[in-house]
Ligand binder design. Structure first.
Ligand code: DAH
Length: 366
C-alpha cells in the first residue's frame, strides 16, 4: 500500500519522533541537579512520554511503515538513554565536588599565629579524673591490656566456670604457636584475654605493694560487643582501690561522694544501691544525680533523676588472700566505672560512636 499518502504519513511520524528526541535532549541538558534529572525520567521514557505515545500509535500503522518508524523510535530512545546516563554521571560528579568543597579542610594550612591541636576528649577526661583523685591522695597505676585468665578472672574470685564470668563478653587472644606469655607472666596461651575491665590492675598492685594502698587504675578495656550509641567493643574504665587498716563501707561512700562533687560540681551527688560483684562483698552500684536535669527527672535518666555510673564494694577476703594480704589486718574498697560514658554525660553527647569517628569538626568542640 505504498503511495503518496503513506509516504507523507511516515514523514510526519519521523518528524514527530525527531521532535520528541530534540525535546528530550533539551530537557536532559536543562536538568541542573540529580533531582531535576530524576524528574525528567517519566517524561522521557514513560508510557505517557512523547515517544511512548507515538509507540502506542504503531498498532494502527501499515506494516511497511512500522519497521522504518520502529527503527527511528528505537534510535531516538537509545540516544535519550545514553544522554540521560551521561548527564546522571556528570551531575553526580558535580554534586560530589560541591560537597567536597563545602566540607574541605586544609590540614596543611598554616594560619597566622600558632594553631595547636589538643588531646582527645577521652584523654582529657582521663587526665581530669586523675587530677581529682591525685588531689585526694591517690596514686595512678597501670597494667597490661592483654591479661591472663588469672588476673582478669581467677584472682578476682572468679574461678573457671564461675557463672558470673558471663557478666563480661570476653575476647580471647590466639597466640599461635606460643604457649606462654613472656616476662615470666605464666598463664597458658589459650587463657590470654584482652582485659574485660581494669580490675586486674588491682591484683597487680596488691601483689607488689604492701598496704596501705590508695590508687586508681585508668585504662583501655575490651568486650565482645557490637558498637551502638552506648556501647563500644573498646572503651575505657577507671578502677579505684583502697586497702588500709579499718577501712569501712562509709569510707567508700564518702570517697565516691567527694569524687562526684569534685568532678561534676556541688549540685550533683551520689548514692549506692545493693548489687553483686564476685570480687567485692558487700557490693553496690553507684549512681549520680542526672547531670542533665540535676535530679529533677528527664528523658536521659528515664524520669528517675539518677544515672548509673559504675560498680563498687568492699574487697572480698578471697581477693586479698590471693594477693598475699591478711584480711584480718587489712580491709579495703574498690570501684570501677566507664570513662567514655562519663565524658558523654558531662558534655551531653548522645552517641558514643561520635567519639571514635575522629571527625575533626566534632573533636574540635572539646
Ligand atoms: N569491674 C567491674 C566491671 O567492669 C566494675 C567494678 C565493680 C569494679 C565493682 C570494681 C568493683 O572495682 O568493686 O563491670
Amino acid at each position: 500500500m505504498n503511495g503518496p499518502d503513506s509516504d507523507a504519513g511516515l514523514q510526519t511520524l519521523l518528524a514527530d519522533i525527531d521532535a520528541a528526541r530534540s525535546h528530550g535532549l533539551a530537557a536532559i541538558a536543562a536538568a541542573s541537579s540529580i533531582e531535576d534529572l530524576a524528574h525528567t525520567e517519566s517524561g522521557l521514557f514513560g508510557r505517557k512520554s512523547a515517544l511512548g505515545q507515538i509507540k502506542q500509535g504503531f498498532g494502527s500503522l501499515p506494516v511497511e511503515m512500522r519497521a522504518t518508524a520502529g527503527r527511528a523510535l528505537n534510535e531516538a530512545q537509545q540516544e535519550l538513554r545514553t544522554a540521560h546516563a551521561a548527564a546522571a554521571d556528570d551531575l553526580a560528579a558535580a554534586a560530589r565536588r560541591t560537597q567536597l568543597q563545602r566540607e574541605w579542610l586544609d590540614l596543611t594550612e598554616t594560619p597566622p599565629g600558632p594553631r595547636r591541636g589538643h588531646l582527645h576528649l577521652v584523654t582529657q577526661t582521663t587526665e581530669r579524673l586523675e587530677d581529682v583523685f591525685v588531689g585526694m591522695g591517690f596514686t595512678v597505676s597501670e597494667g597490661p591490656q592483654a591479661e591472663t585468665d588469672w588476673y582478669n578472672f581467677e584472682a578476682l574470685n572468679l574461678p573457671a566456670a564461675h557463672p558470673a564470668r558471663s557478666m563480661w563478653d570476653t575476647l580471647y587472644l590466639d597466640l599461635g604457636e606460643r604457649t606462654e606469655l613472656g616476662d615470666g607472666e605464666g598463664g597458658e596461651a589459650s587463657n590470654v584475654v584482652l582485659r574485660t575491665h581494669t580490675s586486674p590492675v588491682q591484683i597487680r598492685v596488691m601483689e607488689v605493694q604492701p598496704p596501705p594502698i590508695y590508687t586508681i587504675c585508668p585504662g583501655r578495656v575490651f568486650r565482645r560487643d557490637t558498637a551502638d550509641a552506648s556501647h563500644m567493643p573498646v572503651f575505657h574504665q577507671l578502677e579505684g582501690l583502697v586497702v588500709d587498716r579499718g577501712i569501712s563501707f562509709a569510707d567508700l561512700a564518702g570517697t565516691l561522694e567527694e569524687f562526684t562533687s569534685a568532678y561534676f560540681g556541688r549540685s550533683i551527688s551520689s548514692r549506692l544501691r545493693p548489687s553483686y560483684f564476685p570480687f567485692t562483698e558487700p557490693s553496690a552500684e553507684f549512681d549520680i544525680n542526672c547531670v542533665i536535669c540535676e535530679g529533677a527527672g528527664c528523658q536521659t535518666c528515664q524520669r528517675t533523676g539518677w544515672i548509673e555510673l559504675g560498680g563498687c564494694g568492699m574487697v572480698h577476703p578471697n581477693v586479698l588472700t590471693n594477693c598475699g594480704i591478711d584480711f584480718e589486718e587489712w580491709t579495703g574498697f574498690a570501684f570501677g566505672f566507664g570513662i567514655d560514658r562519663l565524658a558523654l554525660m558531662r558534655h551531653g553527647i548522645d552517641d558514643l560512636r561520635d567519639m571514635y569517628t575522629n571527625d575533626i569538626r566534632f573533636l574540635n568542640q572539646f
